[in-house]
Design a protein around this ligand. Structure first.
Ligand code: MN
Length: 130
């Protein structure tokens, strides 16, 4: 089902395969996307382009996702943009740790191709958790 969502999603992910999959799934359903593999670039990109939602990999080559999140929250132009953690960590309690760090939500990798866009859509509508 092709939608006409139109929202702009910033994907911060250093794994090429995951980045392409997320981008393709979102674009197929009508989202616009911006992409970067670097946490530091996510702040300047978000400040310039004002995405509706940021998907943030937690493990990045330059700076980790939690640090990038802190910088986004400290920047006046980006502090209110919802940021959802994208992480391969499967340990119990990881979700709580990320939410405690200030992420608005959590999406587990590997990306579930049947559910991914619906979950992003819920976050875009401001429906957290569940
Ligand atoms: Mn990574």
């Amino acid at each position: 089902m092709i939608g006409v969502a139109g929202e702009l999603i910033l994907i911060v992910e250093d794994n090429d395969k995951n980045l392409k999959l997320a981008r393709d799934l979102l674009r197929y359903r009508g989202y616009r996307t911006l992409e970067t593999a670097r946490g530091t670039d996510s702040v300047s990109l978000a400040a310039e382009q004002h995405p509706d939602l940021i998907l943030m990999d937690v493990q990045l080559p330059d700076t980790d996702g939690v640090t990038a999140l802190r910088r986004l929250r400290a920047h006046p132009a980006t502090r209110t943009i919802p940021v959802v953690a994208l992480t391969a960590f499967a340990m119990a309690g990881d979700r709580d740790r990320l939410l405690a760090a200030g992420f608005d939500g959590y999406l587990a990798k590997p990306i579930d191709t049947r559910r991914f866009v619906d979950e992003v859509a819920r976050y875009c509508r401001g429906e957290w958790g569940g």
